[in-house]
Design a protein around this ligand. Structure first.
Ligand SMILES: *Cc1c(COP(=O)(O)O)cnc(C)c1O
Length: 571
């Protein structure tokens, strides 16, 4: 079953999380969705890849909300046996002076255009392992620092070893974020100079050769967001089964990963010849954060077919054939799709959302009225409560023209501030009851993300700039003809043409101006255009088409992968 995938050399794409399917909980948010879209585009385009991630048998978590808006978490246990097969190989990696065995399950990602790509889900739940070690690949982003470092050992070191054990030939290793940087340490070991060459003070490893093999995509625009581990912990875990034998020369590791603590981003930067940020602005910030490194920009994109709802797929199939392979063709939407057909497809997506959300929190959304959507990881910098800064102003705007709000998102179980944000949103919804319909949908996942980005009229994003490296949900909205109103940050700096693809909340006035600007734009620009104020909705349809023809045509993962292929993998 592996045979069909080992005939040609492949790019190994490593990611702690990958969103393969809405029913497979091996992802937490944007990073995993991007990884999934990467593999889906590779499958559509016939670009030979092999993805490596953890099996995460207990998933990230499932979210329920109590009436106060408190998040209740439960394990998102799934059965890998149903959609994956165990591969015929296992490898041992050293950990805390013993060996931990790592196996893998193969998931074959099938493109609707015919291509297939292998995804290896690393698994330590093997009979050979002690109970504690069997749990290493259970919970995505779970546990403490020690658990996390063990997961990163399994991903990086276990991943490289499994690939070799299975007979894969790897032309390039791509680290999606710093979590997988230990793969570079395993590559150093594989490219160690022969012992007879070892001279005191001479390097033990062929670092330039490893750098040729590695590509690193960074996703975090703040220093504090990078994964790091104390060397005390690292030394405890990296000691081999022979007493005193370290997995890697610690002095050389420190030279590459930082002297005070092991910084996974530094390690990845030092071991990768090609490094990129995920939007133009994010690459600029990364260059400032890491002076001396060359950081390229490849702006993220989303997978065309996955993020287009049924009614829009039918619309494009009819008017823009081949859009799934060449989403660039969507530039033609302005001239070739009739307004009535576009609006009918949108109303269908809207009804699909309002039907599914019927009765949530005691509210039923009206598909005839304007709906604004906001859904993403609930964490402080995303500022999900910005829209509710002045609830009386919001209510006054809604009193003039119907305005409904739909929200969703999970907070990481350890993110207390994020959880309080969800409670605050629930409190605002109660406060506005009878004046503005506000619905919070529990358990945000891929399927809900598609329903929401397709079924609202306006997609809202209000991060505190410059903390949104890229953002991708607004790109999903664009595929479904939904314009975005967003703070100018991440991809929106490139994607926003004011009044053409959506609207900006400006960066220049300072963050304290973001809420007033948001209200002004909603009240004076967005809602009057939507309702047409007696003149029909031709103006709104023009913006819908602008979002598709100018943004979906460009901010897709096919363009992104063609760039990775020509600039990073084949450099
Ligand atoms: C697309 C997606 C995200 C990322 O959204 P951002 O706007 O980039 O924050 C997060 N979670 C899910 C389930 C998604 O589908």
């Amino acid at each position: 079953m592996i045979a069909e995938f080992i005939r040609e050399p492949r790019v190994a794409y490593f990611s702690m999380e990958i969103a393969l399917d809405a029913a497979i909980p091996t992802y937490s948010g944007g990073l995993g969705v991007l990884a999934g879209d990467t593999v889906r585009s590779a499958a559509d385009l016939g670009l030979p890849l092999v993805a490596v991630t953890l099996v995460s048998r207990k998933g990230y978590f499932r979210q329920m909300l109590d009436p106060q808006g408190r998040q209740v978490e439960s394990a998102a246990t799934w059965e890998p046996e149903r959609s994956t097969r165990a591969v015929d190989a296992k490898v041992a990696i050293p950990m805390e002076g013993r060996s931990v065995w790592v196996g893998a399950r193969l998931y074959v990602l099938q493109s609707h255009l015919g291509g297939r790509q292998p995804v290896l889900l690393l698994d330590t739940d093997l009979a050979e392992n002690a109970p504690e070690d069997r749990a290493i690949t259970d919970v995505l982003y779970g546990g403490d620092e020690r658990y996390r470092f063990k997961q990163e050992m399994v991903l990086g070191v276990g991943g490289v070893r499994i690939l070799h054990a299975l007979g894969f030939r790897i032309r390039e290793y791509h680290m999606n974020e710093g979590h997988s940087a230990l793969l570079g340490v395993e590559l150093l070991r594989l490219h160690a100079y022969p012992p007879e060459h070892a001279q005191p003070g001479e390097p033990r490893y062929d670092v330039p050769r490893v750098r040729e093999l590695c590509v690193f995509t960074t996703h975090t625009p703040v220093e504090a967001g990078h994964d790091r581990f104390s060397y005390e912990l690292v030394e405890q875990i990296l000691v081999g089964s022979d007493p005193g034998e370290m997995f890697v020369d610690l002095d050389e590791l420190k030279a590459l990963a930082g002297h005070d603590e092991l910084n996974m981003t530094r390690l990845a930067l030092n071991l990768s010849e090609y490094v990129n940020g995920v939007a133009v602005r994010h690459a600029e910030i990364s260059r400032k954060m890491f002076p001396g490194y060359r950081v390229h920009a490849i702006t993220n994109g989303v997978h065309p077919y996955t993020w287009t709802c049924e009614s829009f797929r039918a619309l494009y199939d009819r008017y823009v054939p081949s859009w799934c392979h060449e989403p660039e063709l969507l530039v033609r939407v302005d001239g070739s799709v009739p307004d009535e057909a576009l609006w009918a497809a949108h109303l269908q997506a809207k009804r699909n959302l309002t039907d599914q959300a019927r009765g949530a929190g005691g509210v039923t959304l009206d598909p005839e009225g304007f709906i604004v959507g906001f859904a993403r990881r609930m964490t402080a910098y995303k500022r999900p409560d910005l829209l509710f800064t002045d609830v009386e102003r919001l209510a006054a705007i809604a009193a003039q023209r119907t305005l409904q709000i739909v929200l969703a998102g999970k907070a990481h179980p350890h993110d207390e501030a994020g959880k309080r944000l969800i409670e605050r949103l629930a409190a605002h919804a109660r406060q506005l009851a009878g004046r503005v319909k506000v619905v919070y949908l529990a358990d945000y996942d891929m399927a809900m993300a598609l329903r929401l980005t397709a079924g609202v009229d306006l997609w809202l994003n209000t991060p505190l700039a410059p903390l949104e490296a890229s953002g991708t949900s607004g790109m999903k909205a664009a595929f479904n003809g939904v314009p975005q109103l967003s703070v100018l940050d991440g991809w929106w700096i490139e994607g926003c043409i004011e009044g053409v693809t959506g609207w900006a909340i400006g960066r220049t006035d300072g963050p304290e101006q973001d809420a007033p600007t948001l209200y002004d734009k909603l009240e004076r620009v967005v809602l009057p255009l939507y309702y047409g104020d007696g003149c029909g909705n031709a103006g709104w349809l023009r913006v819908m088409k602008g979002a598709i023809s100018k943004n979906a045509s460009y901010f897709n993962s096919h363009r992104m992968m063609r760039r990775y292929a020509t600039e990073a993998y084949l450099r």
